[in-house]
Structures are given as C-alpha cells and as structure tokens.
Design a protein around this ligand. Structure first.
Ligand code: ZN
Length: 275
C-alpha cells in the first residue's frame, strides 16, 4: 500500500500533494452555501491542489456555486413576489419604465429623467437611508418599488415587500396563538417585520385598517423599532404627499417615516394607465 502510494506520488507533477484527487478535506458544496438545503450536494475539497486536477476541481466547484447563486436568486424572487402579489411587475427596469413613458406621451420629459435618477438612489446597496416615493395612482410607484427590490435583492436576501394591510392581516392571523403553539405567535410575526434588513411597504396610508388605534400603534411600534435599530432600511410608496400622510397616519408615525427620508415626488410623472 505504502509502495503504491510512493509510486503514485513519484508520478505526480512538482508541488502536487493530492495524488491526483484534486484537493484535501472533503466538503459537500452545501456546507459552503446553504446548509439547510437538503438536496444531494456534490462533494468538493476545502483546499485545492495546484496541479491540473486540483485546478479543474476548483473550476468545477466555482461553476456549481455560481449556478446555485443564479438559481437561488430566482427562487428567492419568486417566493418574495409570489407572497405579496407583486408578481406582474417582475422583469421591469428603469429603461422599460422610461420606454413606457415615451410610448404614452411621445417623449421623456427631463423632469421624469430626474425622478428616475432619484429612484436609482433608493436602489443604492449599502445605504440605510429610508425612502418615500409618492404620487397619484398610475404613475408607476409599485413598478418602481419592484425594480428597487430587484436591484437590492443580492445585498438584502432577507428583504420583505408587502403592504400595511398584509402586515396587519398576518399579525391578526396570529391572535390566540401563544409562543410554542402551532403557527407563529404575534410577537414572532412582528419580530420578522422588525428584523428584516430591508422592508418595502407599498401603498402606505391607503388601508382603512391602518387608521384604527390598534393598527396605528402596531405599525408605529414596529417602524419605531426599525428606526431605533439604526441599520434597518425601510422604503415606502404612497398616494399621499408628506403633508397628507401626517393627516392620515398621525404626526408620530408620519414623522418617524419622513425623518431623514429620501423623498421621491412622482406626482409630475404621467399616468401610465390612461390611454
Ligand atoms: Zn495535485
């Protein structure tokens, strides 16, 4: 056995320590990416040899991991959009928005280009600045939010896109559950919204539910906790101007949302739903 090994080693190129296997310390590729994924992951090495076999093994591992990233992004996107029925906005880009504007009104006004520039700032990865996109029905706010989501998905794989109505529904669905019961407790649900690194809230201030005292308190508490955490980013779309938001949600909630916020006024943008 030892003699065989010596013979193998003698045939290997200079600097090779892998005996042609490609590397050492076997590892399933799932351990590097996503341990909870239960599929059968191919084996690779934690350390690769410098020989030809080692380099080939490293390239193959890279290829599998890249493929996995593309696939898991598509799965995440489907999960996020499927859950909140934003699905039909998927695949839009800033350019497709501008193309739609041109198609509707025959040109792209400079003011609209300026708005898109501001919207792109909302999609800056690494920023923790909150943003508030407002304008009348049909100007493309939700589409813009989905584009922003798409651009931030890699930086915020845990992001949540939702509406206040959907959030309150999920909280209400937990009423009567206690910690440890089947299903989530109220605190679990609020905690999930509180702790996601990026929360995107569509159509803020448009829900009747959000005007009851209980709803207002729940939303305020959750947003306040996100704000106090300092590293949680939150973005909103709304039909309401900042002034109208204060009237609708009360001064405390509105001020929390609008403090240091990047405000994007889409009220000058054309209505894309009118023919
Ligand atoms: Zn080798």
């Amino acid at each position: 056995m030892a003699a065989e090994r010596d013979q193998l080693q003698a045939d290997r190129p200079e600097g090779c320590w892998c005996l042609g296997l490609g590397g050492r310390i076997p590892v399933a590729l799932a351990q590097i990416t996503k341990p909870e994924d239960e599929r059968d992951w191919p084996m690779s090495w934690r350390e690769f040899c410098s020989c030809e076999e080692g380099q080939a093994a490293e390239r193959e591992a890279d290829r599998i991991l890249r493929e996995y990233q593309v696939e898991s992004r598509a799965i995440r996107l489907k999960r996020i959009l499927g859950r909140a029925s934003f699905g039909h906005y998927q695949g839009q880009t800033w350019n497709s928005y501008l193309a739609l504007v041109e198609q509707r009104i025959g040109r792209v006004p400079r003011s609209v280009t300026a708005v898109v520039k501001q919207l792109r700032l909302c999609a800056q990865p690494g920023s923790t600045t909150w943003f508030y996109i407002w304008g009348p029905y049909g100007t493309g706010k939700t589409a813009a939010l989905v584009v922003i989501m798409d651009e931030l998905l890699d930086a915020h794989p845990d992001l949540v896109i939702t509406t206040i109505g959907e959030m309150l529904e999920k909280v209400q669905a937990t009423f009567g559950h206690k910690a440890g019961d089947e299903g989530s407790s109220t605190d679990d649900v609020i905690q999930a919204y509180r702790e996601t690194s990026l929360l995107l809230v569509d159509d803020l201030g448009n829900e009747n539910e959000s005007t009851t005292p209980w709803a207002r308190t729940t939303v305020w508490r959750m947003l306040n906790e996100r704000y106090m955490a300092g590293d949680k980013r939150t973005g909103f779309t709304s039909n309401l101007s900042p002034e109208a938001l204060e009237e609708s949600l009360g001064a405390a909630v509105a001020q929390r949302i609008l403090e240091d916020v990047l405000e994007v006024d889409m009220s000058i943008c054309p209505n894309l739903r009118e023919r």
